[in-house]
Design a binder for this molecule. Structure first.
Ligand code: SF4
Length: 341
């Protein structure tokens, strides 16, 4: 696939223009048009000479993406389905809150990890997204949600496993963070992994202040392997060792995501096992209500079950949070809209 303009860093575009005999300062103008003035088309860049615009549009077209659907939830959540150049589709979800707005984005078309509660894995993996397609989701969603507030936070929790597309995701993160591009603080960017160890180890060495979130979802290997096939390759002990090493090296807290499935993941035994896994280090566990997906048998835990489970850990000093489900009326859980279309 030919690179799009959204695949390039400012330094790369500057170097390209220089090599092409064009003034280097034009790169800054192009970035201003795309990232500050929110233009998603070369024709709009009126401060650039027409000949240069025409040449750059041939060399670096905009990502061939379009909004196929947008669903608005009664709680303000907006779910987007974007079509890509080859007919693949990706989802992004805009989640406004009181003082922030989070955009959840996808890193791959489909997913090969097949977690047993997630609609994204159902159709299998199709391909990796380019950095430009990852950035394109943000640009298009920002434009469509301009009436509802600025995107302040980005989470890689949409379709795909970010560390299975490591280089493209990291390049997109750098563009999200760059002052001349989207200028979103690194601490407001979260990369969420199902536990791909090499990715955790590589991220620890990047010197980035991004948040790392790890999908734990079970407290022992047997249960985790039954819910998340990735556990057979990277079992719990190795995963936790890598997470502890990450926290030590980066001096940053790791967040664990944990799904609450009725009668399965929030028993007293699970609480005791989780406590043993998490005690004594800088981390937090974020509980997520199970989102019923037709293809899977799991049911959400009851309010009582959740309360008892959380209290059992909190009483022993484990920091827990509970993510309130958003956009339930628009199938906002990862992969649900993409599969429905
Ligand atoms: S939870 Fe993440 S890694 Fe697992 S199948 Fe869904 S998208 Fe893939």
């Amino acid at each position: 696939m030919a690179p799009s303009i959204c695949d390039l860093t400012l330094a790369e575009l500057t170097a390209h223009l220089k090599a092409d005999g064009e003034p280097e300062y034009r790169a800054g103008q192009v970035f201003d048009w795309i990232y500050k003035k929110r233009s998603f088309a070369w024709e709009a860049m009126s401060s650039l000479p027409g000949a240069l615009r025409a040449k750059l549009s041939r060399q670096f077209p905009f990502p061939d993406m379009r909004q196929i659907e947008m669903h608005l939830s009664e709680d303000g959540t907006r779910k987007f389905l974007f079509g890509l150049c080859d007919g693949q589709r990706v989802e992004s979800v805009f989640i406004p809150a009181e003082k922030r707005a989070t955009l959840c984005i996808s890193s791959q078309a489909g997913c090969k990890f097949g977690c047993g509660f997630c609609a994204s894995g159902l159709g299998g993996w199709k391909r990796d997204l380019t950095p430009g397609e990852i950035i394109g989701q943000v640009l298009l969603a920002k434009k469509a949600c301009a009436d509802a507030g600025e995107v302040t936070h980005i989470v890689f929790m949409g379709v795909g496993e970010p560390f299975d597309n490591y280089d493209n995701v990291l390049k997109a993160v750098r563009l999200l963070n760059a002052p001349e591009a989207l200028h979103i603080a690194a601490r407001r960017i979260t990369i969420s992994t199902c536990g791909v160890l090499p990715g955790i180890e590589r991220l620890a060495g990047e010197g980035l202040q991004v948040e790392l979130s790890v999908s734990l979802h079970a407290s022992n290997d047997a249960l985790r392997s039954s819910l998340m096939p990735v556990n057979r390759k990277y079992p719990l002990a190795a995963l936790m060792k890598a997470c502890r090493a990450y926290a030590r090296k980066t001096d940053r807290q790791v967040t664990f995501e944990y799904i609450l499935i009725k009668g399965l993941t929030c028993t007293d035994k699970c609480a005791d096992e989780l406590y043993e896994i998490l005690r004594g280090w800088l981390c937090k566990i974020n509980f997520i209500a199970c989102n019923p997906v037709g293809e899977f048998p799991h049911k959400p835990s009851s309010r009582d079950e959740i309360g008892r489970f959380r209290a059992s850990l909190q009483e022993r000093g484990i920091v827990t949070t509970f993510r309130t489900p958003r956009g339930k009326d628009i199938a906002a859980a990862c992969g649900q809209l993409r599969n429905a279309v």
